[in-house]
Ligand binder design. Structure first.
Ligand code: PGA
Length: 260
């Protein structure tokens, strides 16, 4: 997918049960117009992914998982593989900071999961970002570098075309303490220059990079107008249909409505 199309992902985290998720999707589907310039992706609880996949109009919404396991099959109690999710979801969040910090996911885990997603035709959304203390120590760019190199090791130039990077400063997630657009621009420039170093200038130009961290309806437009930002990863505000629809509207840059 080209960078002309903005990507807006709603990460519902561990909220909404199957019934609530279905009602919420129904509500959203009544008000979100299908447009060529925006892709709207919903990341519900894993429990609801299968049933929502039967309910959605894939021209209007795509589905993402919030996590997956990298082995394809086997004795891995409690896990769900990319192979099992193939055909059900189009995207997978990989290495979200809550996975890294609450569930001790390492760069090696994210690397294996990125590979598993690609192998199974699921777009990996590799989430990277610094903590408050790393930021205070001036280590932001080093952290981004390490998480990128760690997560993308073994990804070929060809496979990189299906990878999306989400810059999510950990201190901005769920805190209301959102990053300044100027700082986001600097971090994304650092990300693209690292991609350039690893894969060359064309890849640095074409890779899609999202911002996430306390995005609200009133801050979405500023981030979307920020140099290098191709979309948003929205947590809390995606649970409020009104706020989420307002955020999606901010991503439209023309008035072509394909379907209402
Ligand atoms: P937030 O979450 O919008 O609630 O800060 C973002 C995320 O976790 O992806």
């Amino acid at each position: 997918m080209s960078r002309d199309k903005k990507l807006i992902i709603g990460n519902w985290k561990m909220n909404l049960n199957t019934h609530e998720a279905s009602l919420y999707l129904h509500k959203l589907s009544q008000i979100v117009a299908v447009r060529r310039d925006v892709e709207v992706v919903l990341a519900p609880t894993l429990l609801a992914v299968q049933s929502l996949s039967l309910q959605i109009d894939r021209r209007q919404f795509k589905l993402a998982v919030q996590n997956l396991y990298w082995r394809d099959h086997g004795a891995y109690t409690g896990e769900v593989s990319a192979t099992q999710l193939r055909g059900i979801v189009d995207y997978a969040l990989i290495g979200h900071s809550e996975r890294r910090h609450l569930f001790n996911e390492s760069d090696k885990d994210t690397r294996n999961k990125v590979q598993a997603a690609i192998r199974n035709h699921i777009y990996p959304v590799l989430c990277i970002g610094e903590t408050a203390s790393e930021r205070a120590a001036g280590e932001t760019h080093d952290v981004l570098h390490d998480q990128l190199v760690g997560g993308l090791a073994n990804v070929t130039s060809e496979d990189l075309e299906s990878v999306i990077i989400a810059y999510e400063p950990v201190w901005a997630i769920g805190t209301g303490d959102n990053a300044l657009p100027g700082d986001v621009a600097k971090a994304i420039t650092a990300i693209r220059s690292q991609i350039k170093h690893l894969y060359g200038p064309a890849a640095a130009k074409s890779i899609r990079v999202l911002y996430g961290g306390s995005v609200k309806a009133d801050s979405a437009a500023d981030y979307l107008a920020t140099e290098g930002v191709d979309g948003l990863l929205v947590g809390g505000a995606s649970l409020d249909a009104h706020a989420f629809v307002e955020i999606i509207k901010k991503a439209h840059n023309d008035s072509i409505v394909v379907k209402k």
